[in-house]
Write a protein that binds this ligand. Structure first.
Ligand code: ADP
Ligand code: MG
Length: 694
């Protein structure tokens, strides 16, 4: 197997190969994710200091860095210990002070003798109405100053690793950057004025002003595109590989679907019809389906899933629906059972709680093909769960499962089709980044008749009033959720918060109060949920376990405690639990003291109920890592690309990657070879391995 191309070897040496980098510095670089010269090339400066000489510091903003020529005036040594040493200076238009704390008088007198002309450079600030420069970065003669670069890049640093050391190492890495064949399509690069790769990395590390740091600066945009393209190529290769793997054509006659539609009290939305048609077309094709069904809370994904599963059954096979929690699995089964019955199809549910003879009987019915649709949890993965002919695996709430698990379930059938459903509205950008290997159906239309949820921000200080309001609502027959704060450190403290809230509300609601949390034995959890659903209990205190899917149309109030600790998308999900019935609903976001940014975030929620808009906003305000939870999102960490700002490039890269592979599946043409180099450069060794197998 051919390894990494020789032309790239210098960039993949140990960092200590660079001049000036020893083991100590290399370890410090390791802390900022830099292990080899190539990593340095892809660690762009995030700032730039403008050191251009200007006539005067007059009018400079607080904190601005200025570089001016001055005449040194009177020295003011400190009168008391602890006071700074100050030197008055005058430039062409104004006077200001140079200030040193703990300055050595002899040294400063030698450095800045009164009457001399010097170039000073540093941040200025206004202190007591007087302009001053504390600890100038530079104090130079005019001749020395001529050697000062006009712009100074600022890289992400870490304690002990200063800018000078980084600059030196970056220069060393740049010297190793080879001249590489162009992998970009001319039609993409030329109109955008993008430089060659080698030129781009040089420009990247030598910004000539703030504009060069912007994502749209040509060098940055080019390198960002490279990064996105290498990512999309990897996804496209994975997709191509899966498609090469044999799939099966499942063609249904529509008989069972029609029976279900006839039994429904409503008509499917246009979006639901479209999604089902897309799925059925995929299933009818001989390739394996790998499709994402994206739809906001309440958009009606369950029906789409059922109709898709019925295609598998109509074709003579079986289908499975896997939910992330026991509660959800049971709820799905409950919702689907009457419809399955209307179609005359046997549906069963299997979770970790099925044990002994009952479980054995379910497995036997499944293996015999009597059970057509199996709904369950992780329990579906167990070795002894065998289908007679699994044709479709539907996975609900994908980001709680890994990609591997998704495929594992598919592996229970001979090349079963896979449909992933997510209620987390994923901005298009992110969908492309994390699901670029999947085809996507979107439910962008909600069933008619949903009332908007009246969303309000309420200070935690007014919690007592909220409780009073709940009491009145419950007395009038209402039902309410009370969601306890998200505590990141451990599930245990989340539980403590919920238990404390439960105890506090107990005197008010007495037997009408229930508690659910993740650590509860499943039977107790189900019992509490059932009491709330039936109305025996009117207030449900919960940790975020209720986030996904629970359906109690009578619930009209959602209280979320410490709302600022949640992501917007998550709050939106929670809010989606109310407003499901005919009554007017409320969502009360209880919050502690709010900073400006946090207030803006929560307000976004008040302004719209469009999950996609909220998700875009969340992405913009918090960055992609936080949106789905960093390690849950499965998102690659891009080093240069900014996927919030460069959505268009992401889409372009995806089309580019797919087209390149369609034309040249083995990447054997000259451009293909260059694209392989790009994959190596970005450490996509996995993609290259995939290609070799093909
Ligand atoms: P999701 O899983 O996407 O959040 P559900 O599938 O749970 O949404 O559907 C939410 C509610 O809307 C359910 O009570 C369901 O019966 C109802 N529903 C689904 N499709 C329609 C439709 N086309 N018209 C009216 N109600 C619908
Ligand atoms: Mg659902």
């Amino acid at each position: 197997m051919a390894g990494r191309p020789e032309i790239l070897w210098p960039l993949f040496q140990a960092l200590t190969a660079l001049p000036g980098v020893g083991p100590r510095l290399a370890a410090l670089f390791g802390r900022i994710g830099v292990a080899r010269p190539v990593d340095l090339l892809f660690t762009p400066p995030h700032g730039v200091v403008d050191r251009r000489l200007r006539p005067s510091a007059k009018g400079a903003g607080d904190g601005e860095t200025v570089t001016v020529e001055v005449e040194i005036g009177v020295h003011h040594p400190p009168r008391d210990k602890g006071k700074p040493y100050r030197v008055a200076v005058r430039d062409a238009e104004t006077e200001f002070l140079l200030v040193w704390f703990h300055g050595q008088p002899e040294r400063l007198r030698a450095l800045a003798p009164t009457g001399a002309r010097r170039v000073v450079s540093g941040r200025v600030e206004i202190f007591d109405g007087v302009l001053q420069m504390v600890h100038p970065d530079h104090l130079l003669s005019r001749a020395e100053a001529a050697a000062l670069p006009a712009f100074e890049p600022v890289w992400p640093a870490t304690k002990g690793l200063g800018q000078k050391a980084i600059a030196k190492a970056v220069n060393g890495a740049l010297a190793l950057a080879p001249d590489v064949p162009e992998w970009l399509d001319r039609a993409v690069a030329s109109p955008r004025g993008w430089p060659s790769w080698r030129a781009a990395v040089r420009v990247l590390h030598a910004p000539q002003g703030a504009a060069d740091l912007a994502p749209e600066a040509p060098a940055r945009a080019r390198l960002a595109y490279d990064e996105l393209l290498s990512h999309q190529l990897t996804l496209a290769l994975a997709r191509a590989e899966r498609r090469r793997g044999k799939g099966r054509a499942s063609v249904g006659d529509g008989r069972l679907r029609e029976a279900v539609l006839a039994a429904l009290p409503f008509a499917p939305t246009g979006a639901q019809r479209r999604a089902v048609a897309e799925i059925a077309a995929d299933m009818a094709a001989p390739e394996r389906m790998n499709r994402l069904l994206q739809g906001d809370v309440g958009s009606g994904k369950t029906l789409v899933a059922l109709l898709a599963m019925l295609v598998a059954v109509e074709a003579g096979g079986q289908a499975a629906l896997m939910a992330p929690t026991e509660i959800l699995a049971r709820q799905h089964a409950q919702a689907l059972a009457p419809l399955a019955a209307a179609a005359g199809v046997r549906l069963d549910v299997l979770t970790g709680r099925d044990k002994g003879p009952a479980r054995a009987a379910k497995l036997a019915a499944l293996a015999a093909g009597e059970t057509a649709i199996l709904v369950g949890t992780h329990a579906l993965f167990q070795k002894d769960v065998a289908f007679r002919d699994l044709r479709l695996a539907v996975v609900d709430e994908q980001h709680r499962f890994g990609v591997r698990q998704r495929m594992e379930l598919g592996a229970k059938g001979r090349a079963a089709d896979v449909l992933v459903m997510t209620a987390t509205p994923i901005p298009r950008t992110l969908a492309l980044a994390s699901y670029g290997d999947m085809d996507v159906s979107v439910l962008d239309e909600k069933p008619p008749g949903r009332k908007p949820v009246d969303t309000r921000l309420v200070s935690m200080a007014r919690a007592a009033q909220v409780v009073e309001r709940l009491r009145a609502a419950v007395a009038a027959g209402g039902r309410a959720y009370w969601v306890c704060p998200l505590v990141e450190e451990s599930d245990v403290s989340e539980l403590t918060a919920a238990e404390a809230r439960f105890a506090a509300l107990r005197p008010v609601f007495g037997d009408g109060l229930r508690l659910v949390h993740g650590q509860m034995p499943p039977a107790e959890k189900d019992a509490a949920m059932a009491d709330f659903a039936s109305g025996r209990a009117q207030v449900l205190v919960a940790t975020t376990v209720i986030e996904v899917g629970v359906d109690v149309p009578e619930a009209t109030i959602m209280v979320i405690e410490r709302a600022e600790s949640f992501g917007l998308a998550q709050l939106h999900q929670l809010r989606g639990r109310v407003g499901r019935g005919g009554e007017r609903s409320f969502c009360l976001l209880l919050h502690g003291p709010l900073g400006e940014a946090a207030a803006a975030r929560l307000s976004a929620l008040r302004e719209t109920e469009d999950g996609f808009r909220i998700a875009e906003e969340d992405l913009r305000l918090r960055g992609p890592g936080d949106l789905l939870g960093a390690q849950q999102s499965g998102l690659p960490a891009f080093r240069i690309a900014d996927i919030a700002a460069q959505a268009d490039l992401m889409a372009l890269a995806r089309d580019d990657a797919r087209l390149a592979l369609t034309r040249d599946p083995g990447l054997e043409s000259p451009r293909g070879a260059a694209l392989r180099l790009l994959l190596w450069l970005h450490g996509r060794d996995d993609a290259i391995r995939m290609m070799k197998q093909g």
